[in-house]
Design a protein around this ligand. Structure first.
Ligand code: 2P0
Length: 325
């Protein structure tokens, strides 16, 4: 029984930055994201007793042995959840511009969790899928849902209360996300390593922990009230604060390039002229600009005129997991 699921990627407005358990992917803080409509992964899974190991192709190409083992370890979690004992054939297609700094791991593990559970003939609630997806990549826990999504960190050691919940469904509060590409280079410090180093060495990390909960409470209130300005102010503040923690790490590091700063300045300059937009940045040099559908085109045009901008990918708020067959 081959089953195919689609999951969309997401962009965090309140960042997941740090783990308290690296094996179970348990975070040190709750986070909040928007699921994006344009970028997604389609994954099909078929368990078959002729197989003597899991196989995995990404965009029709077999992956490296290291990658295959990573996926197989994740499938072990699905097998233990569903009682399935066979190995599986996994085929994944990414519709995610990884060059623009989008991790495909969020949509990837979310789609894989959903397809694998279905292919095993089992049922899972969205909460259970979120818990499973989380154990492939933390941010994947949020891609199970559409709209505005909160990943609640939970308190338990076994992670059973660490899953995402929808705050507001897609189609309720229209925002526009412009992914601004300034560099297509591979990042030097992967987010997994970056957050670990920050947790272990940055004296600024405590400041992050002390205040991120309040940012989350405030932004949830803004989102529920569809207060774009307040949401924008909080998301920009939270992104800058996350990046500030990396400067205090030892050895210190910074995901920004000079081009990143140019886009940030342009956003602030447009805002001063009454064009409302805000930026957020993940573990890389590219910038996501959050604006409204009404101003999206004008802002995109202005950003495209900057010589440091290579490309722009516009998105709106997207849906959660769906099954294709
Ligand atoms: C986020 N990031 O909330 C944060 C902000 C990057 C910066 O989630 O180690 O690929 O697989 O759990 O989810 C990227 O990290 O990390 C990320 P793992 P993940 O979107």
């Amino acid at each position: 029984m081959k089953k195919t699921a689609r999951a969309h990627t997401n962009i965090a407005l309140i960042k997941y930055w740090g783990k308290r358990d690296e094996t179970l992917f348990l975070p040190t803080n709750s986070s909040l994201s928007i699921t994006l409509d344009q970028f997604y992964t389609d994954t099909s899974v078929e368990f078959d007793d002729v197989l003597d190991q899991d196989t995995f192709t990404l965009n029709n190409q077999p992956v490296s042995e290291t990658e295959r083992i990573k996926i197989s370890r994740f499938l072990d979690k699905v097998r233990s959840f569903t009682g399935e004992t066979r190995f599986s054939r996994v085929e994944s297609t990414n519709h995610v511009p990884t060059a623009a700094g989008f991790a495909s791991s969020a949509s990837g593990f979310s789609a894989l969790a959903a397809a694998a559970v279905k292919a095993a003939g089992a049922e899972a609630t969205l909460e259970e899928l979120s818990i499973l997806a989380r154990q492939g990549s933390g941010s994947a826990s949020r891609s199970v849902y559409g709209g505005f999504v909160e990943w609640q960190m939970g308190e338990r050691e076994d992670g059973l209360d660490s899953y995402a919940k929808q705050i507001l469904p897609e189609g309720t509060f229209d925002v526009s996300v412009l992914s601004v590409e300034v560099s297509t280079e591979q990042k030097k410090i992967l987010s997994r390593e970056g957050m670990k180093r920050t947790v272990e060495t940055s004296p600024f990390y405590q400041g992050w922990l002390d205040t991120v909960g309040e940012d989350l409470t405030n932004i949830k209130d803004a989102i529920i009230n569809q207060d774009f300005t307040r949401m924008g102010e909080i998301l920009e503040y939270n992104a800058l604060k996350m990046h500030a923690t990396t400067l205090g790490a030892n050895p210190p590091f910074l995901y920004w390039q000079s081009a990143t700063l140019k886009v940030m300045e342009a956003v602030q300059a447009m805002r001063e002229k009454g064009l409302e937009c805000y930026f957020t940045i993940d573990a890389g040099p590219n910038v996501k600009v959050i604006t409204t559908p009404k101003t999206e085109k004008e802002i995109e045009k202005k950003l495209r005129s900057l010589d440091v901008v290579k490309d722009i990918y516009p998105c709106r708020v997207g849906p959660g997991i769906s099954y294709i067959d």
